[in-house]
Ligand binder design. Structure first.
Ligand code: HPA
Length: 270
C-alpha cells in the first residue's frame, strides 16, 4: 500500500509540480465547487495508476488542482463509496495520495438524511463527530507505521478550530448552519423508518454512506479535517416514502451555493 501510494504520487508529480495544502472531497450534488477553483490542472481518475474509478450518477471522477485565493487545493470530483463494491483501502486510497502530495487540511462534504428535529431539507450541518457503523474498517490489518499509529486517538476527528472558523464565516455570510453528529452506514439502501429511529437513539443527528472512512484515514495521517453535510431528506415517518436519489441530488444542488461559499471562505481564511 505504501509503495502504491508513492507510485501514484510520483506519477501525479511528473504531470504537475503543484503542491496542494488543502484537499477537498465533494459529495453528491456538490461537485460544482470546482467552479470556484482557478483550475491549473485536471487529472481524470481513469488515468491515475492505482486509482479506482467512480460509477455513481452525479459523480464525475477527476482530481482538480488549482487555487482558491492564495491557497492551493486539490479537489476530488467524485468519491469512492464502500457500497459500490470497493474495499475500504480503495475508498480511502485518494486520501493517502493527497497526504503525500502535500495536503495538510482535508474538507469533506456529503449529503445525508436528517433525524434531528431542528433540521429540515436543505439544512447545512457542520459535522462535529461521527459514529462509525460501517461493516469494514479502513485501518484493519497490519498497520503501516509510516502512515500513522496502530491505535488512533479519535477524540477530535473534526477540527474544532475549523468548525469555529466556519461558524464565524456562516454568520458573516448570513448562512444558517447547525452542528451535528454523522452516523456512517454501508448503504446503498436508504434507511427504514426503524433504522432512522435507531440512528437518533444512538445519538446521531444525520446518517449517510460516506465520509467516515476518509476522515479516519486522514486522521491516521494527522491531517486536520473538516466535514460538512447537506440534509437532503428527513428520516421521519411523514416523508420517508419519497426518499430517492433524485430527491437527494435536487436538495443538495439547492444548498450547494451556500456550501460552496462557506468552504471557499474557510479555505481562504483558515
Ligand atoms: N440515508 C443515507 N444516506 C443518505 C441519505 C439518507 O437518508 N440522504 C442522503 N444520503
Amino acid at each position: 500500500m505504501w509503495e502504491q501510494v508513492q507510485q501514484t504520487v510520483k506519477y501525479i508529480q511528473e504531470k504537475t509540480n503543484f503542491t496542494p495544502e488543502y484537499g477537498v472531497i465533494l459529495g453528491s450534488g456538490l461537485g460544482s465547487f470546482t467552479d470556484d477553483i482557478a483550475i491549473e490542472f485536471t487529472l481524470p481518475y481513469d488515468e491515475i495508476p492505482n486509482f479506482p474509478v467512480s460509477t455513481v450518477e452525479g459523480h464525475k471522477g477527476a482530481l482538480v488542482f488549482g487555487t482558491i485565493g492564495t491557497k492551493k487545493v486539490v479537489a476530488m470530483q467524485g468519491r469512492f463509496h464502500f457500497y459500490e463494491g470497493y474495499d475500504m483501502k480503495q475508498v480511502t486510497f485518494p486520501v493517502r495520495v493527497m497526504k503525500y502530495l502535500g495536503v495538510q487540511k482535508l474538507v469533506v462534504s456529503n449529503a445525508s438524511g436528517g433525524v434531528k428535529d431542528s433540521y429540515h431539507v436543505g439544512s447545512i450541518v457542520l459535522i462535529k463527530d461521527h459514529i462509525n457503523m460501517m461493516p469494514e474498517h479502513p485501518l484493519r490489518g497490519k498497520n503501516e507505521e509510516r502512515f500513522g499509529p496502530r491505535f488512533l486517538n479519535m477524540s477530535e476527528p473534526y477540527s474544532r478550530a475549523m468548525i469555529s472558523k466556519a461558524k464565524e464565516i456562516a454568520k458573516d455570510l448570513n448562512i444558517e448552519v447547525q452542528d451535528g453528529v454523522y452516523l456512517g452506514l454501508q448503504g446503498p439502501t436508504f434507511e427504514t423508518i426503524s433504522e432512522y429511529r435507531m440512528v437518533k437513539i444512538l445519538g446521531a443527528d444525520c446518517v449517510g454512506m460516506s465520509t467516515v472512512p476518509e476522515v479516519i484515514v486522514a486522521r491516521h495521517m494527522d491531517m486536520e479535517t473538516f466535514g460538512i453535510s447537506v440534509i437532503t431528506d428527513m428520516g421521519n415517518e411523514d416523508n420517508i416514502e419519497t426518499v430517492s436519489h433524485a430527491e437527494v441530488l435536487e436538495a443538495a444542488r439547492k444548498a450547494e451555493p451556500h456550501v460552496r461559499n462557506l468552504i471557499k471562505e474557510l479555505i481562504k481564511s483558515y
